[in-house]
Every structure is written in structure tokens, then in C-alpha cells.
Design a protein around this ligand. Structure first.
Ligand code: GLY
Ligand code: MN
Ligand code: MN
Length: 444
């Protein structure tokens, strides 16, 4: 199973510490376990920032980075070994494992954090943390600071500044290493197989959830613990609901089905959308809209590269889609003016993509100093134009209503432009129809 190597976590911690101000400390908590109901928990997913710096998979843990500390710069608080709890819940690394397996210089039981952490903070000028994103942890942090303040008469020095860790850490996360690209390519490959499987299994009369089951099967078989987000399987008019998740309608002959789904590997997401006909053959109207979206996606790929800014890909999709909608008679007027007045938003109301990484909508700024960010090698993003013609749009001929098409791929910026990570799913009308026809023949 492809994973981020341990050495990379150490490199990340070093890189972060090198950017921290002198005499500072960074403190990050693990994600809390989310209760589903009574004794049942949601599947545990580590906090992305915590995972990025530690690779430590357990809850009830705190990473502390103290650049220049004589007895070790990386301290990990985590659960103690406990044979009885481990019998019920699974193995724990314990403090020994934290050091041996996860590279901590020093490790303490999480239950002792209130006694130990104030002493580690004391004398440091600045505290870096994800302020505001975890109110319960913020309260704990203030309690630890107050312990130091209460000892001021003994010469204890509380920190003078609190700094948001996000700026440093999220900028680091934006630039993917070779190891990260490898993991993301693996996630995209598994997701590509899942989309192919769903296309092959598609038949009128099945339900949207029948196709979701095919996706889940490939995700788990590929070693993914979970989808990176709730899978969208939207047939017919449901394809015009951008984040549709009910996935319970019957698949009808003559409709399209839009699948937006991707799995997660080692906490890295993939995010792929394909739209295809339930019966395996596009109608003329479905084909016209589909090919327009595809053309706009290709224009977007050409607008991605190291010397291009973030918005160029989006602008390219808007141009192609607006001109195409005029040609099809779905919009009327001058293309330039329709772009200016944003008339296209009635059919294309979202942006062409987002950063992709540990979070499906990954961290990282889109603008720097008020200007769109210039793309750099190693940044990863989605390219996902779409056209959605509302079933209730009485301004267009009936034959167009209820068609929703999105095509989404994952790309990494390279020196030459960009590389598509999710190319393993058929995308042209001819490719999709051929794949589905072959699958239908096999059954008959
Ligand atoms: N799957 C959510 C998105 O495409 O942004
Ligand atoms: Mn998506
Ligand atoms: Mn997306």
C-alpha cells in the first residue's frame, strides 16, 4: 500500500520549525472522535494538519514542536498502552511507539498534559496554533497559559504572542512533494477504476445507490478506508443539484447520470466526476452539452502551468461555455457582453476548480496581495466545468431541460504545464459509449 514515508514527516516538521520565529512553540491537537449515536462512533479521520506533521493515526494526541529544545524538538502526547482498552478498541502506539514508530523525540501520556505542557510553553515568546478552529482546544490552551501566569510572581514568563499556524502550514501543504503526488495518483487510479465499474454496471431500473455500491466496492478493494467526501450519484434532473447526495432515485432510460466521487488514500483525496447516459447512448442534446463541457475542460488544461495565474483556467471555461451556449441557442446576445454580465451563471454557476490535497477542498490561498496566485510546480487542483439546465427553465426549449453535465479531473502543475492524475476513466462520447456497449454485450 502506497504511503507517505516516515522520513517525509520528519522533513516537514523541520521545514516548519525553520520558518517559526525564535523562541516559539507550535501546538496541534489530533481530531476528536465524533460520536454517531450512543456507543457508535463515526469512522475516525485524523485532522489534516496534525496528520501532515506527524502521520500519527490515533485520537487523543497533541503534537508539540519546540525548535531548539535541548531534550528534543518534537514532543508527542498520546494515550498510554492499556491492555483492557486495546482488547476492545485496537492497539495503541503508547509513548514507546510514539518515539520508535513515529519519530517523536519525547513522548508523554495525554493524561499528564496539564502538568507537563505549561512547563514546555513557559519561557517561549510565541505560541503557534490553529486559533479559532477548535474552541475546546483554544480553552485548554488558555488554561495552560493561565497556569504560567499564576506563577509569574515566581519568575515564570508567559508567552507574549499568539500566532495563527495556518499561514505557514497551509502554504507548505499547497506544494506537493513527489511522495504526495504518488499517493494522490494512487487515490486517483482507484477512483478511476471505481468510475469505470459504475459505468459498466449501469442499467435502467437500477437505483443511484446501486452505482454507489460499485464505487464503494472498488474504493475498499483498492485499500481506501473511505470516500474523500460523500459520493454524488445523480441521475436525470438530480444532476442539476450540485451537491446532491440522496442517491436513491431509479435510473431511467434516456437520462444522464452524473457521478462525482473519489476515494482517500493515506489522508489524500481524489475528486473525479463523469457524466454518462443510463442506457449507454447520448441523445443529440446530451451529446451537444457534454461535448461543450469537455471542450471547456480542455481549454482549461491548456491554461494551467507555472506561468499562469489561478483564474486563467476558470476564465477559459467561461469563454468556451458562453460561446457554445450562444451557438446552441441557449443564450442570446454578444459573447463578450454575456460574459461581462455573467449571464452564463444561469447554466455554469460554480468555479472551474479548487486546490486538492489532504482536504478535498484543500488549504492554500487563491490570491496573494489581492492578485490571483501564479501556479507553481507541485500544486494540485481539480478542473471541473459543468453545465446545468434547470428542469424548470422555461426560457429554453423543452428538449434541453434537466440536462446536467460535469466533467472533473485532478491535475498537478508540472514544468511543461500540467499532468492529469485521473486520466484512467473514459471521457469522450465515443470512449464512454464503447465501454458501456462492451459491458452490455457481456451480460447478454
Ligand atoms: N466533490 C466536490 C467537488 O467537486 O468540489
Ligand atoms: Mn467533485
Ligand atoms: Mn471538486
Amino acid at each position: 500500500m502506497i504511503q507517505i514515508p516516515k522520513s517525509e514527516y520528519a522533513r516537514r516538521r523541520k521545514a516548519l520549525m525553520a520558518q517559526m520565529e525564535p523562541d516559539s512553540i507550535a501546538i496541534l491537537p489530533a481530531a476528536a472522535v465524533a460520536i454517531r449515536n450512543r456507543d457508535v462512533e463515526h469512522v475516525y479521520r485524523q485532522d489534516s494538519d496534525f496528520q501532515y506533521l506527524s502521520g500519527f493515526p490515533e485520537p487523543e494526541a497533541v503534537v508539540v514542536l519546540i525548535p531548539g529544545r535541548e531534550y528534543g524538538e518534537y514532543v508527542l502526547f498520546c494515550r498510554e498502552r492499556n491492555p483492557e482498552r486495546e482488547l476492545w478498541e485496537g492497539l495503541r502506539a503508547g509513548q514507546e511507539g510514539a518515539i520508535r514508530e513515529y519519530g517523536a523525540d519525547d513522548a508523554f501520556p495525554i493524561n499528564d498534559i496539564d502538568e507537563i505542557l505549561p512547563g514546555l510553553i513557559e519561557g517561549r515568546d510565541r505560541v503557534y496554533s490553529a486559533m479559532g478552529s477548535n474552541p475546546e482546544f483554544d480553552r485548554h490552551l488558555m488554561d495552560w497559559i493561565n497556569v504560567i501566569r499564576s506563577k509569574a510572581h515566581l519568575g515564570a514568563q508567559p508567552p507574549k504572542e499568539f500566532v495563527a499556524l495556518d499561514h505557514l502550514l497551509h502554504d507548505m501543504r499547497l506544494y506537493k512533494s513527489a511522495a504526495e503526488i504518488k499517493v494522490m495518483r494512487c487515490a486517483a487510479d482507484i477512483s478511476a477504476r471505481a468510475h469505470v465499474r459504475a459505468m459498466q454496471a449501469c442499467r435502467a431500473g437500477l437505483h443511484e445507490f446501486s452505482l454507489e455500491a460499485e464505487l464503494d466496492y472498488e474504493f475498499r478493494k483498492g485499500g481506501s478506508k473511505m470516500p474523500a467526501y460523500g459520493s454524488i450519484v445523480a441521475s436525470g434532473r438530480n444532476g442539476c443539484i450540485l451537491h446532491y447526495q440522496q442517491n436513491d432515485a431509479v435510473l431511467r432510460d434516456g437520462d444522464l447520470v452524473l457521478i462525482d466521487a473519489g476515494c482517500e488514500i493515506d489522508c489524500y483525496a481524489s475528486d473525479i466526476t463523469r457524466t454518462f447516459p443510463v442506457n449507454g447512448r447520448f441523445s443529440p442534446e446530451q451529446k451537444a452539452i457534454y461535448e461543450l463541457v469537455l471542450k471547456s475542460q480542455q481549454a482549461a488544461f491548456a491554461a494551467i502551468g507555472p506561468d499562469k495565474h489561478w483564474n486563467q483556467a476558470h476564465e477559459a471555461t467561461v469563454k468556451v461555455i458562453t460561446a457554445g451556449l450562444v451557438e446552441l441557442g441557449l443564450l442570446r446576445g454578444d459573447v463578450g457582453e454575456l460574459i461581462e454580465s455573467e449571464a452564463y451563471k444561469m447554466f455554469y454557476m460554480h468555479r472551474a476548480g479548487h486546490w486538492l490535497g489532504m482536504d478535498v477542498h484543500d488549504v492554500g490561498e487563491y490570491k496573494v496581495g489581492g492578485e490571483w496566485r501564479v501556479l507553481e510546480v507541485g500544486m494540485t487542483l481539480t478542473v471541473e466545468p459543468g453545465i446545468y439546465i434547470s428542469p424548470d427553465n422555461l426560457d429554453v426549449a423543452k428538449k434541453w431541460r434537466g440536462i446536467g453535465v460535469r466533467i472533473e479531473d485532478d491535475v498537478v502543475v508540472t514544468r511543461q504545464g500540467c499532468e492529469i492524475l485521473s486520466g484512467g476513466v473514459p471521457k469522450t462520447v465515443a470512449e464512454i459509449e464503447a465501454l458501456m456497449a462492451a459491458a452490455q454485450e457481456q451480460v447478454v
